[in-house]
Design a protein around this ligand. Structure first.
Ligand code: CA
Length: 369
């Protein structure tokens, strides 16, 4: 559905929920849902997404539509959200759809694929670029409707116990990394590990894995990775702007009154903006604290980035050749991405680069006495 259309519907729903609350209370049913999240409660950014959705939905329906939010592991483990929603164990879940890459790599388009879209471009693709229609068609086969409901912005490349200078340094590296990026890195000799957020630290501490990526400074600091791996690389080229989705069981969705549906979609749209804003506001200070704790901040070399880009494109060709669902989305998506990269290279890029250079110059200039 186009963003404007559902915001319009949502506005009607919200007005009904606030101005005409007594009417709703008499005519609308009480709906109690359970939501299982892929996140631990300690990550207030990610877990804050479903919490905000539940709060808004309850407020806008006069408390009639209640969504109880459960953390990873309380009902099902963090990586089993899709199954729990699909089979009706819960009515909905909040997750990163690329976790289900193993079932079908097409899931990743509802989150992120390597060298894909940044957050702004992902919003554009889903709301106005045909992405939501394509992904809803895909999710239908899993008895699920997906609603964009969060975005972290471009992520960091992760925590490494030793320096990664060349492509050869990737060989044999046991790296906690999700979804498509693991398959790309396999081509370069990495041994990818898919581990839910709360379980990464002990694996890195014990040395079961050599490296781990999670999100960015604010979350990564909370999980304490800097205590056991000092090299912090950037960017997370596999997650330029990963979307998180609210997955809703189709039967539960269809049973909702139209105004509850509109309210839920509007709450998810708000959660998207709120999450990105929260990360952008919190990350700078967290990064300063990490550097103060002795973290070595390093960019991936151009050689490493170029080798990964080549491997990713090969993988997309191979996947397209054997998976028609993937090909259908990939063909439309890659055209959209290429146009976005061109457009962003004009005003946004020039503006950002000028501001970065200007700030660096002013920091270097000697202070006037
Ligand atoms: Ca990540």
């Amino acid at each position: 559905m186009k963003r404007r259309a559902f915001l319009k519907k949502a506005a009607v729903g919200l007005a009904a929920g606030t101005i005409a609350a007594p009417a709703i209370a008499q005519t609308q049913p009480t709906v109690n849902w359970r939501l299982t999240a892929s996140w631990p409660k300690s990550l207030d950014t990610l877990f804050g997404g479903p919490e905000l959705i539940a709060k808004r939905v309850a407020a806008a329906t006069g408390g009639k539509f209640n969504i109880k939010v459960f953390a990873a592991g309380e009902i099902v483990p963090g990586l089993q959200v899709l199954d729990a929603v699909q089979n009706g164990t819960v009515e909905c879940g909040h997750t990163a759809p690329y976790y289900y890459f193993g079932k079908d790599p097409t899931f990743a388009f509802s989150c992120a694929i390597p060298f894909g879209l940044n957050a702004r471009q992902q919003f554009a693709w889903m709301y106005h670029g045909g992405g939501l229609e394509l992904m809803r068609e895909f999710f239908k086969d899993y008895n699920v409707i997906n609603i964009p409901a969060g975005n972290t912005g471009c992520q960091m490349g992760g925590w490494f116990r030793k320096e990664i200078r060349t492509v050869a340094d990737l060989k044999g590296l046991k790296f906690r990394i999700g979804g498509f990026a693991g398959a790309v890195l396999t081509k370069l000799g990495v041994v990818p590990q898919q581990i839910a957020g709360g379980d990464i630290y002990p694996a890195l501490e014990k040395g079961t894995i050599d490296a781990a990526e999670w999100v960015g400074p604010y979350d990564d600091e909370k999980l304490g990775f800097y205590k056991v791996a000092k090299y912090y690389y950037y960017p997370g080229w596999w997650e330029g702007g990963p979307e998180l989705d609210l997955l809703v069981n189709m039967k539960a969705w269809e049973a909702l009154p139209a105004d509850y549906k509109a309210i839920l979609e509007a709450a998810c749209a708000e959660a998207q903006i709120d999450m990105t804003a929260k990360y952008d506001a919190a990350n700078p200070a967290a990064l300063k604290r990490l550097i103060g704790n002795g973290v070595k901040l390093l960019p991936f070399s151009n050689d490493i980035m170029a080798a990964c880009y080549k491997a990713a494109n090969e993988l997309y060709e191979e996947t397209s050749a054997k998976n028609p669902k993937f090909k259908k989305v990939y063909d439309a998506w890659s055209k959209f991405r290429n146009d976005q990269v061109q457009w962003f290279s004009i005003a946004e890029n020039r503006f950002d680069n000028f501001m970065i250079a200007a700030q660096r110059l002013s920091q270097r200039a000697p202070k006037k006495k």
